[in-house]
Design a binder for this molecule. Structure first.
Ligand code: ADP
Ligand code: MG
Length: 686
C-alpha cells in the first residue's frame, strides 16, 4: 500500500482519541493531512524590537526571559502570570491567563520567540497571552508565516501544525506528481511537493502564492477534465435517434411574422444538427429574458413531430405551461400537430383521457408541469424532451422525464445567465448554446430605484400609463401579511391600492396559494386587457408574456436577488411601448442601494448575474457537493474565474489529443480524477 494511504494513526502522537477528532475535520489518512489546507496564515516572519511595539499591534519578538514569574489573582477564577522579557531595546511582560505550567516552561535566561497582541499603558509594554517558542525548538512555528487550521473540539493549532510538519518530514519524498509534464510546463506550475509544503509552511509570501496557484489549478483541472470524461462516456455509449432533415421547418420560419435573430438561427442550427446526428442531444440553451427561446423550443418540437416522434415541454409553473400551450397551439395546430396540456389542476376524468391518448400516440406534443414526470405518464414514442427555466428543476426530474422515451434528445432552456466558464462546469454534461441577442426594436427598459417616500409619485405615474392604455404589474415579496417579516404582502398591497392610488381601475390579485382555476382566470383577464393592474408575488417571475404591459413596480425590492429582479423586470418591455421598472427600496443599507444601482445601470442579464455573484458570493448556487462532485478545497468557482479559464484551455488541449486520457502520459491524471470523483464516476450527472 502507498504509505500516504495509511491511517493517520501511524503518525507519532496520534492515538485512537486524537484520530477521532481528526476524522471530524476530514482527516483519516496521512494523505488527508497534506490536503487539509490552512484556513489562513499569520505572518510572524517580521520581527520587531520591543521598543517599537505599538498598542494593539500583533507582533513577533525575540527576547530573553529576564527574571522570575509574578503570579497574581485578579478575581475568582482568573489568575495571571507575568513573565518579564527583554531584548536590547526594552523590557516587556508576557502575560498569560490561568497558565500555572508556564512557570515550568519559561525559565530565566531562556531565549524565546513571542507572538501576540501588544498592550501599552502605565509605562509598561505587555504582550497578552502570546504564543511562545524556544529559539532552538524544532518545528519552528513562530519565526515564519504560520498556518492556521480549521479546528474542532479536542484539537489545538499546535496539534495540527506539528502533525503536518511531521508528515512532511517523513513523507515529502513519497508524494508523486500527478499532473502531466506538459501541463506543468505550459502553465508554469510548481511541483506538487513544493506546492504542498508551501501551502502549509510557506517559505515566503511569494512561495505561498505559487503554491496556491498550482493547487487551485489542479483542483479545477481535475473537476473539468473529470466532467468532460463523463460527458464523452454519455455521448459514446448511447445510440440516439437520427432525425431526418425537415424542409418544412424552413417553410414555418418563412411564415412567421418576424425573422429569427442571428443568434436564434445559430442556436436552432446547432439543435437541428444534434437532432440529425446519432448522438443523444444534451443541450442547454441560455438566453436572456425576452431573447426568444420559446419559438426555438416550438420549432424543435415541430421537427420531432415531422419525424413521427412525440415531444414534451415541461415548465416550472402552470401559468407558464399554459402560456406555452397557447403559443404552441397557435403556431402548430394549423400544421396538423395535436398539442395538449397536462398539469396538476386538470380534473381527474380529463386527465385520464389525456394520458390515454398520449400513450396511444394521438397527442403529438404535450406541455405541462411536474405532473408530466408522474409514474402513470406513458408516451407512445417520445423523441424530444424540453425543460424550460431549468434552474427550477432538479437533475433527477429531467432524468425521469427522459427515461419515458428511448434515449430521446434533451434540450434545456434557461434564462439564468451564467458566465460561460461556469456553465462549462455546472452543466458539464450539456453542450451550450447562447442566444446573446434580443429581437430588434426592443427599447431599453428604463429602471429607477426610489425611496418608499416617493410611492405616491410612482403610482401617479402608473396612473398616467394606464390612462394611455397600458397595463401595470406590481410585485410584492410576500403572499400574505406576516408578523415576523417587515415587508409588503400582495394581499395587503392589493387592498391598499384598490382603496387609494388606483381605485379607478380594475385590479387583479395573483399568488401561488390560489387555485389553478382562479389563477388562470386572473391571468386571462390580464392578457385580454380587462384587468389593468396585476398585483402579484413572484409567480409571474418566469415567462409571462403580455406585450401591452409597460410598467413593473417592485415593492421591497431590496428583498430580491438581482437575477430575480432582472427576471421580473423582463415581464415588461415585451412589446412596442417604452417600458419602465420601478424598484421601491425600503432599506437604508448602502449595499442594497448599490445593488439597486446595478439594476438602473444595465439591462444585460449576464452582467447582472456576475455582479450578483460578486456581491452575494457563489453560495448555494455553486455548491458542487450537491451535484455529487468532488469537494473544492481551495478553488472557488467564482473568485478564480480567470484561473478556471486557463484550466479550460488546458483541459481542451489535453482532451483534444487524448479524449479519454488513456495515453501513458495522462494516466496518472486520470487515476487522480477517478480517485477524486470516487467509484461512481459513471453515475454522476449534472
Ligand atoms: P424568452 O426567451 O424570455 O422565453 P420569449 O420566447 O417569450 O422569450 O419571446 C419574447 C417575445 O419575443 C415573444 O412575444 C416572441 O413572440 C417574440 N419574439 C421571439 N423571437 C423574435 C424575433 N426574432 N423577432 C421579434 N420578436 C420575437
Ligand atoms: Mg421563456
Amino acid at each position: 500500500m502507498n504509505d500516504l494511504k495509511k491511517s493517520v494513526q501511524f503518525m507519532k502522537g496520534v492515538g485512537p482519541k486524537k484520530s477521532k477528532y481528526l476524522e471530524k475535520i476530514g482527516i483519516y489518512s496521512i494523505e488527508d493531512v497534506l490536503y487539509a489546507f490552512p484556513r489562513q496564515y499569520e505572518d510572524r516572519s517580521k520581527m520587531k524590537n520591543v521598543m517599537d511595539a505599538k498598542n494593539d499591534e500583533q507582533i513577533t519578538i525575540k527576547v530573553v526571559v529576564g527574571g522570575s514569574i509574578e503570579e497574581k489573582s485578579i478575581r475568582k477564577g482568573l489568575k495571571i502570570y507575568k513573565v518579564p522579557v527583554k531584548d536590547h531595546t526594552a523590557t516587556a511582560y508576557a502575560v498569560f491567563y490561568n497558565s500555572p505550567f508556564i512557570k515550568n516552561v519559561l525559565k530565566r535566561g531562556d531565549i524565546i520567540y513571542l507572538h501576540g497582541k501588544v498592550k501599552r499603558g502605565f509605562g509598561q509594554i505587555q504582550i497578552l497571552h502570546p504564543t511562545y517558542e524556544h529559539v532552538d525548538e524544532r518545528g519552528k512555528t513562530i519565526n515564519r508565516i504560520v498556518p492556521i487550521y480549521g479546528l474542532t473540539h479536542g484539537l489545538t493549532q499546535k496539534d495540527i501544525q506539528n502533525l503536518s510538519m511531521n508528515v512532511f518530514n517523513l513523507y515529502e519524498k513519497t508524494i508523486n506528481e500527478y499532473l502531466p509534464k506538459d501541463t506543468i510546463k505550459r502553465n508554469r506550475l510548481c511541483h506538487i511537493q513544493y506546492a504542498l509544503r508551501n501551502i502549509h509552511f510557506p517559505s515566503s509570501v511569494k512561495a505561498l502564492k505559487i503554491a496556491k496557484f498550482r493547487l487551485i489549478f489542479e483542483e479545477l483541472l481535475i473537476l473539468q477534465t473529470g466532467l468532460w470524461l463523463i460527458k464523452n462516456k454519455f455521448n459514446h455509449n448511447k445510440e440516439g435517434i437520427v432525425f431526418k432533415e425537415t424542409p418544412q421547418v424552413d417553410q414555418l420560419l418563412n411564415s412567421l411574422p418576424f425573422q429569427l435573430t442571428n443568434a436564434q438561427s445559430k442556436v436552432l442550427k446547432e439543435i437541428e444538427k444534434d437532432m440529425e446526428s446519432g448522438k443523444v442531444m444534451n443541450r442547454l440553451v441560455q438566453g436572456d429574458v425576452g431573447s426568444g427561446k420559446t419559438i426555438i423550443a416550438l420549432i424543435s418540437l415541430y421537427k420531432a413531430f415531422l419525424n413521427g416522434y412525440q415531444g414534451v415541454l415541461m415548465a416550472p409553473t402552470e401559468i407558464l405551461a399554459e402560456q406555452h400551450l397557447y403559443a404552441a397551439k397557435e403556431l402548430l395546430e394549423p400544421l396538423g400537430v395535436n398539442v395538449e396540456l397536462l398539469s396538476g389542476s386538470i380534473k381527474k376524468k380529463r386527465k385520464e383521457e389525456i394520458l390515454k391518448s398520449l400513450e396511444i400516440g394521438e397527442i403529438n406534443i404535450i406541455i405541462g408541469t411536474h405532473a408530466l414526470i408522474q409514474e402513470n405518464v406513458y408516451f407512445y414514442k417520445l423523441g424530444l424532451v424540453i425543460t424550460d427555466e431549468q434552474h427550477r428543476f432538479g437533475v433527477r426530474q429531467r432524468r425521469i422525464l427522459s427515461s419515458k422515451g428511448l434515449n430521446p434528445d434533451v434540450l434545456v432552456m434557461t434564462a439564468t445567465p451564467i458566465p460561460r466558464t461556469l456553465a462549462l462546469i455546472l452543466y458539464g454534461d450539456l453542450d451550450i448554446s447562447i442566444i446573446d441577442e434580443l429581437p430588434p426594436g426592443r427599447k431599453k427598459i428604463k429602471t429607477y430605484c426610489v425611496d418608499e417616500k416617493k410611492r405616491s409619485k410612482i403610482y401617479d405615474f402608473a396612473k398616467g400609463e394606464i390612462e394611455s392604455g397600458r397595463q401595470v404589474y406590481i410585485v410584492a415579496p410576500l403572499v400574505e401579511e406576516s408578523e415576523n417579516i417587515e415587508a409588503k404582502s400582495a394581499q395587503e398591497l392589493y387592498m391598499e391600492l384598490k382603496a387609494t392610488y388606483l381605485k379607478d381601475f380594475t385590479i387583479g390579485l395573483l399568488h401561488g396559494k390560489m387555485k389553478g382555476q382562479e389563477k388562470e382566470e386572473i391571468m386571462d383577464g390580464f392578457k385580454k386587457g380587462e384587468i389593468q393592474v396585476l398585483v402579484s408575488t413572484t409567480v409571474i417571475e418566469v415567462g409571462v408574456n403580455v406585450p401591452n404591459a409597460s410598467v413593473m413596480i417592485i415593492e421591497n425590492s431590496e428583498r430580491f436577488g438581482l437575477a430575480q429582479l432582472h427576471q421580473l423586470r423582463g415581464r415588461v418591455g415585451r412589446g412596442e411601448y417604452q417600458s419602465y421598472c420601478v424598484l421601491v427600496n425600503y432599506s437604508k443599507n448602502p449595499l442594497s442601494k448599490e445593488r439597486m444601482k446595478i439594476m438602473e445601470e444595465t439591462n444585460n442579464g449576464f452582467i447582472i448575474a456576475e455582479k450578483d455573484l460578486e456581491l452575494r458570493g457563489p453560495g448555494e448556487f455553486f455548491g458542487t457537493r450537491q451535484h455529487g462532485l468532488p469537494e473544492l478545497k481551495i478553488a472557488n468557482l467564482f473568485k478564480h474565474m480567470k484561473i478556471l479559464k486557463q484550466v479550460q484551455n488546458e483541459a481542451k488541449v489535453l482532451m483534444n489529443e487524448d479524449q479519454t486520457l488513456s495515453l501513458e502520459k495522462n494516466l496518472i491524471l486520470k487515476n487522480k480524477i477517478i480517485d477524486q470523483f470516487g467509484k461512481n464516476i459513471e453515475q454522476i450527472n449534472l
